[in-house]
Design a protein around this ligand. Structure first.
Ligand code: HEC
Length: 336
């Protein structure tokens, strides 16, 4: 993957972050005269960056309200304010209006565990880096680009490192480097994945042939979570499914999965942490039969579309072709 496609991918998987998903409604970028495309792009880029820095600041403020003036949050929150100010200064030369801070009065859910809070912050900083990777190509102004580069650097080299020292220690591990314990955890994950896949797709295929796709939706909406719970129980682990384009927002990726910035779409991505837990993000490709519910408009019947719209008003999981990466199994194996 080139840097920019990797960045786009990162941005897309991370776009589903709980922080974002929990966020207040998007405010449309303030209107500027449409004929100046460069200025429109500059405004969108600045608004996007400023929004993300403000979100981080508001979250870290909520963290300090819960845990007190604790490092690294007490330092980093000041940095976030400086970042926001540096961006606000860039609105002046092109005479662009600075948007309202939509995170100011937002109530964040801060986890009870400080370690998990640090994990959330790691993800927030990874996302912040991805935001800069995504928007830098929209801007040609050298001064703005220099500010973006500075802020990106601070997130990547400073904040991310500081939070990493306080987090759960989630890190990627290549399959050949697994020790014996980890290998047996990974084998358990693979068995559970196979069991989940077999059970779900047997039921799905049966329902698709009779009575048909719009009824088969029930298999995915009701049976999929039940089968996942059953397999989790039987295999003493936790299994589910996620995607960068979700149908059901409840399937949002867990924190450790959002730390994998460039997941390999062709094989399982393995993570371990300091507590000896092992987690796997394993790709799911689309077969032709999946298109009845995940394909383009012409693949999906009117009745199926209507049922999907009713159950999933924010459905993003259409427009795929056979062979596309649809999503991932997420499997968490406890420490031995
Ligand atoms: C009959 C319609 C239907 C078919 C066919 C179908 N799906 Fe889905 N799919 C759904 C529904 C409904 C959901 C939401 C499930 C939920 O609520 O958890 C879903 C969710 C998913 C998810 C979880 C992520 C998300 O977006 O919420 C994945 C991954 C997925 N489907 C992959 C597949 C694959 C691969 C196939 C083909 C083997 C397939 N689906 C076939 C209807 C379908």
């Amino acid at each position: 993957m080139t840097r920019s496609t990797a960045a786009l991918f990162t941005a897309s998987i991370l776009a589903l972050t709980t922080l974002t998903a929990m966020g207040p409604k998007d405010t449309a970028p303030t209107k500027v005269i449409q004929h100046d495309q460069a200025k429109v792009d500059l405004k969108v880029a600045l608004d996007t960056a400023l929004d993300d820095e403000r979100k981080a600041k508001a979250f870290y403020k909520a963290v300090m309200e819960k845990f007190g003036e604790r490092r690294p949050f007490s330092n980093i929150i000041q940095a976030e304010q400086r970042h926001a100010n540096a961006l606000i200064a860039q609105y002046e030369r092109p005479h662009l209006p600075v948007p309202e801070d939509r995170w100011k009065d937002y109530t964040f859910e801060v986890p009870d565990s400080f370690q998990e809070t640090a994990d959330m912050s790691i993800v927030a900083e990874i996302e912040n880096v991805a935001v800069y990777d995504r928007i830098e190509s929209m801007v040609s102004d050298e001064q703005v680009l220099a500010v973006f580069e500075n802020l990106r650097w601070a997130s990547q080299e400073r904040h991310l490192r500081a939070f990493t020292r306080h987090g759960s220690g989630w890190r990627s591990i290549p399959q050949p480097e697994l020790n014996t314990t980890q290998q047996s955890q990974f084998d358990r994950a693979s068995e559970a994945q196979q069991a989940f896949f077999n059970a779900l797709f047997t039921e799905l295929s049966t329902a698709l042939s009779e009575p048909g796709p719009s009824h088969a939706i029930q298999i995915c909406s009701e049976r999929a979570p039940e089968i996942a719970a059953q397999v989790s129980e039987e295999h003493q682990l936790s299994i589910g499914r996620t995607s960068s384009k979700l149908r059901n927002p409840d399937n949002a990726p867990p924190l450790w999965a959002r730390m994998i910035t460039e997941p390999n779409p062709n094989e399982p991505n393995i993570m371990t942490n300091n507590a000896g837990e092992l987690a796997v993000l394993s790709p799911i490709q689309l077969a032709p039969t999946c298109l009845q519910c995940h394909g383009s408009e012409s693949d999906i019947s009117t009745q199926t579309r209507a049922t999907l719209n009713k159950l999933y008003p924010h459905d993003q999981a259409t427009g795929y072709k056979a062979g596309d990466l649809r999503g991932w199994f997420v499997i968490e194996v406890p420490a031995d």
